[in-house]
Design a protein around this ligand. Structure first.
Ligand code: GAP
Length: 507
């Protein structure tokens, strides 16, 4: 489905809409309605169940969204978190340099200096996309953080956090103190991040306020044992720098065993496999649509040593799009915060070495992934729109219908209440014909529907207290005892976990 059509569908269903729509909207900001907000929460919980579930030593925290200036100075964001901005001297419109150079330089402008970008604008005779004049300025570095006047005097400077990761770095010394004082130590956080994007576009892909789910794993680079043998034969869809340089866009499937011999460390590969499996098995993205895109030295974020982005091919946005990444950040973060705060953040390892822990970051954009769930799983079958959401992600898990409102309504309502009480999200619906009700549930991604009919309520029927359970995707119907329903639905909608957490405590 094209991006416009998909957005129209999501808006019509009340899943999301522009913030302040009443006032014409605000660029790069979106609000979620009941279904959208519930789906977003399911995605966040599925992420946490999977990634925090990787090890007994990974924990989830929360952190404030406002950071004092000293934090973003130390982290490097004040200095480096910039995008090259080009303005038009005639109409004063502002653009990101990579956007206006998209046609002549599809690989982007990361790693180029403002002067080099300026030369490209001139040599390709790029004119202003808005007014058409050849009056584009030399690029300037535009800092993407939102600054705030903090406190009553307004003289203290603070910033909205540009990445949730910073909250986890700030938490490290306290988590070390209250924990078992051993590495690895994983700190996960799901929350809002804010960036004053120069050109917000592509709906949920370049927002100014968005949600990240990020796991920061603090570890000893000399000793981070992972059960690599468990993933050794897994093939991964890799698009590495040499292949990219040959102009290839599709990934090649390489087994972990072969990647291992090519200098990718075990701790990195192990977490890359589990990241890939999360997209394939939990988000149920077809594996042919996923690629692990290696960033070159020039393209990597300023803090990264190894970076593979997880990209998924989205029909609505006509190509591969980055939805998350695995970053090896070295000791950059704790070293910088040590210098910035004047506090020693080194720790003593169990074998008596003093080290600054390194960080492996697993980052995930929740809003982009919500869009991907619509792109990949909304299917148009003639007149019928079907949202084949993986059942554990479905915001409503079961629709409960009386076949006839008057005769079966009380029974159906009491069944819906019973399912809700056992933790299943059930929605009662008695409006319109049964076909219409199925269609509404299909469009909202509800994986199961239950119908109460004459047999269910009849005193004499051998099928008393049985209901019809319909499966959204196959449309098959099963007669199921009421007493089995909660179990069947809970089993199908439980968050998948990555298997047994690996035993870091033993090492
Ligand atoms: N802590 C690392 C970090 O923030 P990033 O590549 O800048 O790295 C991580 O962002 C993820 O956050 C991206 O893969 C993307 O899914 C999401 N993201 C980043 N900027 C975004 C934006 N403006 N709108 C929506 N999602 C965004």
């Amino acid at each position: 489905m094209k991006s416009d059509e998909l957005y129209a569908l999501l808006r019509r269903r009340g899943i999301l809409w522009p913030t302040a729509e009443l006032y014409g909207g605000a660029q790069g900001l979106y609000d979620y309605g009941p279904l959208g907000a519930a789906l977003k929460r399911r995605i966040e919980e599925a992420w946490a169940a999977w990634f925090v579930g990787l090890s007994d030593d990974y924990y989830r925290i929360e952190g404030a969204e406002i950071l004092p200036e000293a934090v973003v100075r130390a982290s490097g964001h004040l200095e480096n978190f910039t995008d090259p901005e080009v303005t038009c001297e005639s109409c004063h419109a502002a653009f990101r340099a990579d956007t206006i150079l998209e046609k002549v330089r599809p690989e982007g402008v990361d790693g180029l200096t403002p002067a080099q970008i300026g030369e490209l604008v001139v040599s390709h005779a790029i004119s202003c996309p808005k007014c058409g004049q050849s009056t584009l300025s030399v690029p300037r570095a535009f800092n993407m953080m939102f600054g705030l006047d903090f406190g009553v005097t307004g003289r203290e400077r603070a910033y909205l956090r540009p990445e949730t990761a910073q909250s986890s770095y700030l938490a490290f010394p306290r988590m070390w103190e209250v924990g078992r004082k051993a590495l690895p130590l994983g700190v996960a956080l799901v929350g809002r991040a804010y960036r004053n994007e120069i050109a917000p576009r592509q709906l949920l892909f370049r927002m100014r306020a968005f949600t990240q789910a990020e796991l920061q794993i603090f570890f000893d680079p000399a000793h981070f044992p992972v059960p690599i043998s468990e993933v050794m034969s897994e093939p991964l869809p890799m698009l590495r720098v040499p292949r990219r340089a040959r102009g290839e866009e599709s990934p090649e499937w390489i087994r972990v065993a072969d990647l291992r011999s090519e200098a990718l460390p075990d701790f990195y590969l192990y977490h890359l496999v589990h990241t890939y499996r999360f997209y394939r098995d939990v988000l149920q993205i077809p594996k042919e649509r996923i690629r692990l895109f290696e960033k070159s030295d020039a393209e990597r974020a300023f803090y990264n040593r190894i970076q593979y982005d997880v990209e998924v091919h989205l029909e609505s946005l006509a190509g591969y799009k980055e939805l998350g990444a695995v970053h090896y950040r070295g000791d950059y973060d704790l070293t910088r915060h040590s210098q910035g705060s004047g506090k020693d953040l080194s720790v003593l390892t169990t074998d008596g070495r003093r080290i600054v822990p390194h960080v492996l970051e697993l980052t995930f954009g929740v809003d982009r992934n919500l869009w991907a769930q619509a792109d990949v799983h909304v299917i148009q079958e003639g007149e019928r729109t079907l949202w084949k959401l993986p059942p554990p992600l479905a915001p409503v898990q079961v629709g409960v219908f009386p076949l006839l409102k008057r005769e079966h309504g009380d029974y159906a309502r009491s069944l819906a209440r019973e399912l809700l009480a056992s933790g299943i999200v059930a929605e009662y619906d008695e409006a319109g014909g049964i076909g219409k009700r199925y269609a509404r549930m299909d469009e909202a991604g509800v994986p199961f529907c239950v119908t109460i009919d004459g047999e269910t309520v009849s005193q004499d029927s051998p099928q008393r207290d049985t209901v019809t359970l319909r499966d959204r995707d196959s449309r098959s119907q099963d007669r199921v005892p009421r007493s089995d329903l909660a179990n069947r639905i809970s089993n199908a909608t439980r968050f998948p976990r990555p298997g047994a957490p690996f035993p870091t405590r033993a090492v």
